[in-house]
Design a protein around this ligand. Sequence first.
Ligand code: DX5
Ligand code: ZN
Length: 221
Amino acid sequence: MITKIAPSILSADFSVMGETIKKLEACGADLIHCDVMDGSFVEPITFGGQMIKNIRPLTKLPLDAHLMIEHPKTQIKFFAEAGADIITVHYKACKKISDTYLEETLRLIKSYGVKCGAVVNPDVPVENIFPVFPLCDMVLLMSVYPGYGGQKFIPEVMEKIKKARQYATSIGCPDLDIEIDGGVTVQNAKDIRDAGANVLVAGSTVFNSQDWTDVISKLKK
Ligand code: DX5
Ligand code: ZN
């Protein structure tokens, strides 16, 4: 499978976001990963739909909205209307509300013609989201606890990637996008890809480097 790189703008300089988005596209990024944090599901607050709306006209790349928020269903409308191409929501935030909330939220996202995905934290078995795999365009396996960039990749997640790819293949979705978020580096990218992931989020690895084209191409190789 072709590897796609999704730089996370969490690590970008917000004062020059427009230029950053254009530069990421020119440097070979495949998606723009937008980390939405509400100060409740995770400690920090980042941004909402206005950011998506403002960067939408600046790039042809898909905007990947990773919602680290409580009650995600109430916010889907805003992110869909702002121009997100894919919206992912956390299993944990949904499960707190009800057993059916995750599926309802994924269906709501799809009703706007937007791609959808489910996210699991490092301590949640990937099997918990197997029931919604057929509904998902992408599944996102967190390889750090959400909230902050620059953390270390949790190695136990490797096995979950393999399980996710095997299960997706077994249900007739061998090409399902499996995204890994947190602690992705040039050093561990190959193992992550070999385990079966094809979408790699990279925040600090891209933004701490002087040469974005070089680092993006190294993450893909
Ligand atoms: C963490 C965010 C990540 C983060 C990744 O909660 O979801 O997308 O920006 O940053 P790095 O690549 O630095 O681990
Ligand atoms: Zn993220």
